[in-house]
Ligand binder design. Structure first.
Ligand SMILES: C[S@@+](CC[C@H](N)C(=O)[O-])C[C@H]1O[C@@H](n2cnc3c(N)ncnc32)[C@H](O)[C@@H]1O
Length: 217
């Protein structure tokens, strides 16, 4: 373990991501943590956790000890673990999660939906539904189509970042927005919104939702 800690805090893609976006994302991290802390819904699984920064600087004593991160990229998982000592991180596929049904009361995903293909995105939501206990909540952070002038202006830097990401990432993001962004995606995936916070800077929303009751045939 000490060997991993010694090496992986310097995993370059992780360092670059945290350096470039860490400050910008800090507000989102604390809002997500506050949502989960206020609901007290643990255990909490953060899928597509990337560098694991969602779990840094958490207020102690709010049950955050039963919070887990999961990412597909093994090096990123090692980096996240090295940067967040004591926190469990798992390498796995969010579209095929290695946990039993009903084993989490919060599943979160930040900026991990817009870039996926529609099929993978849907599989991720099916897995989130499977994992959530009856009273569980899904906390999502992702892009919305701008809803006013400020959010239109606020969306410009994030659209530039997406354009620079290029390839499938960019094309999938375009599809995600054309279909109606996070709001439409959650509805189509069978989630019902409990609360949302729309942030004009970036045209981004933080949405807490629960699994909806499927319509009777
Ligand atoms: C844009 S980053 C977001 C990271 C983090 N949630 C954040 O808010 O900064 C997307 C992350 O999703 C991970 N990822 C991509 N496909 C995945 C999959 N099928 N299962 C789990 N993680 C995946 C990538 O390795 C990457 O770390």
């Amino acid at each position: 373990m000490s060997r991993i800690r010694g090496k992986y805090p310097w995993y370059l893609p992780g360092r670059i991501y945290d350096f470039a976006l860490g400050g910008l994302l800090r507000g989102f991290r604390s809002r997500v943590a506050a949502e989960v802390g206020a609901s007290g819904l643990y255990p909490w699984l953060d899928i597509c956790c990337g560098t694991g920064s969602q779990f840094r600087n958490l207020t102690p004593g709010l049950g955050y000890d039963s919070a887990f991160g999961l990412d597909l990229n093994f090096n990123m998982v090692r980096y996240a673990a090295a940067r967040t000592p004591g926190r469990p991180f798992v390498c796995g596929d969010a579209a095929c999660l290695p946990f039993k049904a009903g084993s989490f009361r919060t599943v979160s995903v930040s900026f991990g939906l817009h870039e996926k293909s529609p099929a993978v995105r849907q599989m991720m939501m099916d897995e989130a539904k499977r994992l959530l206990a009856g009273d569980g909540r899904l906390v999502t952070v992702d892009f919305e189509n701008p809803w006013n002038l400020k959010s239109s202006i606020g969306s410009l830097p994030t659209r530039v970042i997406e354009r620079l990401a290029g390839g499938d990432h960019y094309r999938n993001c375009q599809k995600f927005l054309r279909r109606g962004g996070l709001r439409a995606f959650l509805r189509e995936s069978g989630f019902v919104e409990c609360s949302r916070r729309d942030i004009e800077a970036g045209s981004i929303s933080i949405v807490v939702s629960r699994v909806g009751v499927p319509p009777s045939i």
